[in-house]
Design a protein around this ligand. Structure first.
Ligand SMILES: C[S@@+](CC[C@H](N)C(=O)[O-])C[C@H]1O[C@@H](n2cnc3c(N)ncnc32)[C@H](O)[C@@H]1O
Ligand code: SF4
Length: 381
């Protein structure tokens, strides 16, 4: 906590997100804001991130709370698409500007094609202590279907490099429900992942997102979704990973004890966060805003000293509470049962359908309820 100008104590913002919008190659299913790496834009982008942070931290009368991150998350896009010197420039610049005395977790997302020992060692030495790497599948034919830039062998080598560089907290991302993927292939990918013993596994059901090549192929009928098959793979995933020592602490996220992603947990529990970079969202108190989804425009705006945000909304406490319920229900802790006291009929209905259960003062989604988490959550908004 620190004192605001009027003497009133204000909470420091405890979470920082930095969006790196560059990728070695664009995957046809992905709707995160990104573009192919472009050396001409990158230095200007790195400076814009540092300037955006400076603008937040500049003392003035705008009433911005200080930033004292407990977690930092570099997401994308592909942060590891930046070169080693570029990462050194950016991370050193951030370290010089930030109060990192409360930092416990610093995650950086990587693509296996962009990992080197030199880069991994540099990141580790600058304070990054968690890596999240997109493997998606260990099957060569499925990596091709997903348009991935790396091979399974390269993903294995990159994983070994991360360990060699001293990373003791590694997440691997996998995707199921991929066109042509068989049940046996998914089991193999899970088993190969477990055999590597990462601390955390994210297993995402493929979604067809608007403005992606996959969505266009889905809309034209060329690709189809097998909802029942996906539900079966979801159940199988939870069973296989639980029996291998991974706690299913959120619908798509599994971890060894005490290795949950603290940054994502904070989002799901309704914490405040500041986001830097194109397309990044921020939520601080009752303000939420998002930066432009255009790197060149983001760079221009920040360097001109005007706001990079092109969206802002007021999120009153009631709305933030509703969001916390929706996100909280996705986690294995659920939400305090009395937070649902306004909706006795919905609670009774979902409990009757076997989607929700109340235990020890907490409301939790059942395994069946997790498959319908979005529908259940909507009822409480
Ligand atoms: C922003 S990416 C970062 C990882 C890194 N860029 C890479 O691809 O290796 C985060 C993760 O989102 C997941 N993802 C992206 N698009 C998805 C989709 N349409 N459906 C399911 N998962 C998706 C992938 O598992 C990916 O690894
Ligand atoms: S999945 Fe990762 S590498 Fe592929 S386009 Fe999305 S952010 Fe980039």
């Amino acid at each position: 906590m620190s004192a605001a100008a009027g003497g009133r104590a204000v909470e420091a913002v405890p979470h920082l997100y930095v969006h790196v919008p560059f990728c070695p190659k664009i995957c046809p299913y992905c709707s995160f804001y990104k573009e192919a790496s472009d050396r001409n834009k990158t230095q200007r982008y790195l400076d814009a991130i540092l300037r955006e942070l400076d603008a937040w931290q500049r003392p003035d009368d705008a009433g911005r709370p200080p930033l004292r991150p407990r977690t930092v998350f570099f997401g994308g896009g592909t942060p590891s698409a930046l070169s080693t010197p570029q990462l050194e420039y950016l991370l050193t610049g951030l370290r010089d500007r930030l109060d990192l005395s409360a930092l416990t977790e610093w995650t950086l997302e990587m693509n296996p094609a962009t990992v080197s020992l030199e880069k991994a060692r540099l990141l580790r030495s600058l304070g990054v202590n968690r890596v999240s790497m997109g493997v998606q599948s260990w099957e060569p034919d499925l990596l091709a279907v997903l348009g991935r830039v790396h091979s399974a062998e390269q993903a294995r080598r990159s994983y070994d490099i991360l360990r060699e560089a001293g990373f003791e907290n590694v997440n691997l991302d996998l995707i199921f429900g991929v066109p042509t993927q068989t049940r046996a292939q998914w089991v193999r990918s899970l088993e190969e992942t477990v055999a590597l013993a990462p601390e955390h596994i994210s297993a995402y059901n493929l979604t067809y997102e608007e403005d992606t090549e996959y969505f266009r192929r889905f809309a034209s009928g060329e690709l189809t979704q097998d909802t029942e098959g996906d539900a079966d793979l979801f159940e199988l995933t939870a069973d296989l990973l639980a029996s291998s020592g991974y706690e299913p602490y959120e619908i798509s996220n599994f971890s060894r004890l005490g290795r949950e992603c603290l940054h994502n947990l904070a989002y799901w529990q309704g914490g405040d966060y500041l986001g830097l970079g194109p397309s990044a969202f921020s939520t601080v108190g009752e303000r939420r805003w998002a930066n432009v989804r255009d790197t060149a425009l983001y760079n221009d705006r920040v360097h001109l000293g005007v706001t990079a945000a092109d969206f802002e909304e007021h999120v009153p406490a009631t709305m933030r509470r509703a969001e916390s319920i929706a996100f909280g229900l996705r986690t294995n802790r659920g939400v305090a049962a009395d937070t649902l006291a306004h909706w006795p009929e919905q609670v009774a209905e979902f409990a009757g359908l076997g989607l929700l259960e109340i235990a020890a003062g907490r409301a939790l989604l059942t395994r069946k309820g997790r498959l319908l988490a979005d529908t259940v959550a909507e009822a409480f908004v």
